[in-house]
Design a protein. Structure first.
Length: 318
């Protein structure tokens, strides 16, 4: 099997690439390098730098590398930016998956793992959210991820795709120091970036109806997430096609205050976080019910919050 990995030079993509290789799969990476980093793709792995909207160039990749499956990670993912630039987000995230799925169909490629997001749920009522919960995204970003699921689902009915959509919760940590998260939007790298600059990390609101007043999220180590992609990919290779969305989380909530305290413990000094007003649209709780992927695919995470924070800090100081 040869898997095409879109966004394979990115933070999550680089971890998925290595996990697929460890599973004995050949991989070709497509990444426009707008946010990806070329050195994250190891020597010997083909890296094709094209725009996924270029259908002719994409079709050539499928033909040149005899692609049998696709892991689609490439997307724009900043919630605030999506609110400010909704049309651009639809162009980037929806147009590109339409081109990709059409190219798959034309090439006869039948296996797909789609990178989705817990953002498809919006603001769920309970403390945990399962895959059959109503989807009501609060941002154009979340809407584009949900539309992507619909595109894959509907194409699968016509073209016989075997597919999974993985709804990520809060991804953190690093599998090695050279694969750290450089995002300008994720909490843990933001904490370490603020500390390195001599600033106070920010906590957006401490008046939520949670035990310590700060938002509670489900944090998943990026290496556990990468392993989930491999298990999902192998499931699509099976003799019976699958068509399923799965939450990828630990099923354990950690508050923003707990993450900040863990960062202080890992560093060895108080990071002195500053409480500022809430951001619009942040739910109090967003924690996965992760039983489906455990029971059906046999995946479960092995790394905890300390592993995430400590590996992220090590990568930030390497």
């Amino acid at each position: 099997m040869t898997w095409l990995l879109t966004g394979g030079a990115g933070y999550i993509g680089a971890h998925v690439l290595r996990a697929l290789q460890d599973a004995g799969r050949d991989v070709v990476v497509v990444d426009d390098l707008s946010t990806g980093v070329r050195p994250r793709v190891p020597d010997g792995v083909p890296l094709v730098s094209i725009d996924l909207g270029d259908s002719a160039a994409l079709a050539q990749v499928f033909g040149d590398h005899s692609v049998t499956g696709v892991v689609h990670l490439a997307a724009k993912k900043a919630v605030g930016e999506s609110v400010e630039r909704p049309i651009w987000y639809y162009r980037q995230n929806v147009d590109r998956i339409l081109t990709l799925v059409e190219t798959m169909a034309n090439a006869g490629t039948r296996n797909m793992v789609y990178s989705s997001s817990a953002a498809v749920y919006g603001m769920p009522a309970g403390e945990q959210v399962a895959e059959d919960e109503a989807t009501a995204p609060l941002s154009p970003y979340g809407e584009t991820k949900l539309i992507g699921e619909w595109v894959v689902r509907d194409a699968a009915r016509v073209h016989g795709l075997s597919w999974t959509a993985l709804r990520y919760f809060n991804v953190a940590g690093a599998g090695s120091d050279d694969l750290g998260d450089t995002s300008a939007f994720n909490l843990i790298p933001l904490i370490f970036r603020a500390v390195a600059a001599g600033d106070r990390p920010k906590i957006f609101g401490d008046d939520y109806e949670t035990p310590d007043g700060t938002c509670v999220r489900d944090y998943i180590h990026v290496s556990d997430l990468a392993e989930a992609h491999v298990i999902a990919a192998l499931a699509t290779e099976g003799s019976s096609p699958i068509a399923r969305a799965y939450n990828v989380g630990r099923g354990v909530g950690s508050s923003v205050r707990e993450v900040v305290d863990m960062a202080s413990d890992v560093i060895g000094r108080d990071v002195n976080a500053e409480v500022v007003p809430r951001r619009a649209g942040d739910p109090a709780y967003l924690v996965a019910s992760a039983e489906r992927i455990r029971d059906e695919l046999g995946w479960q995470p092995t790394r905890d919050l300390r592993d995430m924070v400590a590996s992220a800090y090590s990568a930030s100081t390497a």
